[in-house]
Unconditional design. Structure first.
Length: 159
């Protein structure tokens, strides 16, 4: 591992907005009916020298910490799992009882990734992505492997 992880800083906000817009088709994301602007959230940045190789954003509410976005810009080097662990540690220090996130039914790769990290599916919200498109029409109809994107899966890891 040749990268370092640090908290998001105020001077990061502009490039985070650009990154989210590039990777998520807008500067905001929608999950569980909530619009989130990742550039305004707390998070962690994975850096390799002066290059950004990953970003995770999160929100803590009560005893729960939600991972809102996670982007590993290089794959197969542990960037994503290291960012998840950084958020886990932050949530633990904040006294959270659970770490959770939402993905979509088509994202089998993400589901396998989170399963390896100890997350479990705790809810399936049928039709939730269809509803999210009312707030964010740029969400594609078809996802990975030609699978229609319709449902949200909520995954959690107890702390």
């Amino acid at each position: 591992m040749t990268f370092e992880v640090r908290p998001v800083r105020d001077e990061d906000r502009d490039w985070i907005r650009d990154l989210i817009e590039e990777r998520w088709a807008d500067e905001f994301v929608v999950g569980h009916g909530v619009v989130s602007r990742p550039a305004e959230l707390d998070g962690f940045v994975a850096m390799e020298g002066v290059d950004v190789v990953g970003l995770a954003t999160y929100r803590i509410e009560g005893a729960a910490c939600e991972i809102v976005t996670i982007d590993a810009l290089v794959e197969g080097r542990g960037v994503g799992s290291t960012l998840v662990e950084a958020v886990h540690e932050r949530a633990h220090r904040a006294g959270c009882a659970r770490l959770w996130l939402v993905t979509t039914n088509d994202n089998e790769r993400a589901q396998a990734f989170y399963d390896k990290l100890g997350f479990r599916v705790v809810a399936v919200r049928e039709g939730a992505v269809d509803e999210a498109r009312k707030l964010k029409p740029s969400i594609p109809l078809i996802g990975a492997g030609g699978i229609p994107i319709t449902d949200e899966l909520e995954l959690e890891r107890r702390l």
